[in-house]
Design a binder for this molecule. Structure first.
Ligand code: NAD
Length: 264
């Protein structure tokens, strides 16, 4: 068996959020390369549709779909999973990647709207997507064979899932919360063959990083990384793809840092 076949995702259907940019886009590209069928979403409709057309041209035999959605929409999330569940023969995986990290002052100056958006997108949407995904999987139980290595949910957390950081309190709170969900839910569904894990990126070259870290702070950030470089989005995608694959069959409830050694 070649190395590639271990990480193969051929025939699996995976929901991916946040595909219009950065890490989510890299995840969609890598999963498609590894043979997955993709049920993709993002609030950026044009960029999402453009990605869909690119992927369809490159991978014509795979089933690929994109549905635009603002993940602040509670009913919309329920409808989204329902739509994907009806459209695809099966759902095998969920990669929660969409996230909001809005430049923010210190805590007592944070306005309620910023806190609300951050919490809705990074925390509530992750909760709801997991909930509806699990319900969909359990609804088909006994009617379909589980994928090799089990069904898999991977949430893109952050170093902020374990650490605090000044002027990021709302974001840090949401990223701690999703690690809590990962750990609790992994135990609830371990006997149902559903694995739940979290990948924690360090400093990754994406539009979000450049939005929250100003140019003058960049050199100091890079210097704080033991590997002395930024990470690339595809390096996070590789960790997500691994946890979605049968290679990770005995891994659940894990916090996997991909940060060049920052949190070591
Ligand atoms: N870049 C980093 O250094 C870094 C570090 C740690 C964690 N992360 C996490 O990685 C994930 C991806 O971040 P990124 O760096 O690729 O950022 P990004 O800004 O490039 O991409 C975020 C994506 O999420 C989508 N999104 C945001 N709000 C949304 C909403 N309300 N509804 C639907 N989609 C929405 C955006 O449209 C975008 O496509 C996030 O969860 C982020 O917290 C990033």
């Amino acid at each position: 068996m070649t190395e590639d076949s271990f990480t193969s995702l051929v025939g699996r259907t995976i929901i991916v959020t946040g595909v219009a940019s950065g890490i989510g886009r890299a995840i969609a590209l890598l999963l498609a390369e590894r043979g997955a069928n993709l049920a993709m979403t993002d609030r950026s409709e044009d960029a999402g549709k453009e990605l869909l057309e690119n992927l369809k041209a490159k991978f014509p035999s795979q089933e690929l779909a994109f549905e635009p959605l603002d993940l602040q929409d509670v009913d919309g999330i329920a409808r989204l999973v329902e739509t994907f569940n009806a459209r695809f023969k099966r759902l095998d995986g969920l990669a929660n990647c969409a996230g909001a990290n809005i430049p923010s002052p210190i805590a007592h100056e944070v306005d309620d709207k910023l806190w609300e958006i951050t919490t809705n997108v990074n925390q509530r949407a992750v909760w709801l997507l997991q909930k509806h995904f699990i319900a969909a999987v359990l609804g088909k139980k006994g009617k379909e064979e589980a994928p090799a290595g089990g069904y898999s949910i991977v949430t893109v957390g952050s170093m902020a899932s374990l650490q605090g950081g000044p002027t990021f309190a709302a974001y840090v709170g949401t990223k701690h919360a999703v690690l809590g969900y990962t750990r609790a839910i992994s135990k609830e569904y371990a006997t149902e063959n559903i694995r739940v894990n979290l990948v924690a990126p360090g400093n990754i070259e994406t539009p979000m990083f450049n939005q929250v870290i100003s140019e003058d702070k960049r050199a100091a950030v890079v210097d704080s990384v033991p590997m002395k470089r930024m990470g690339e989005a595809v390096e996070i995608a590789k960790a997500v793809a691994f946890l979605l694959s049968s290679e990770a069959s005995y891994i659940t409830g894990a916090y996997l840092p991909v940060d060049g050694g920052v949190t070591a």
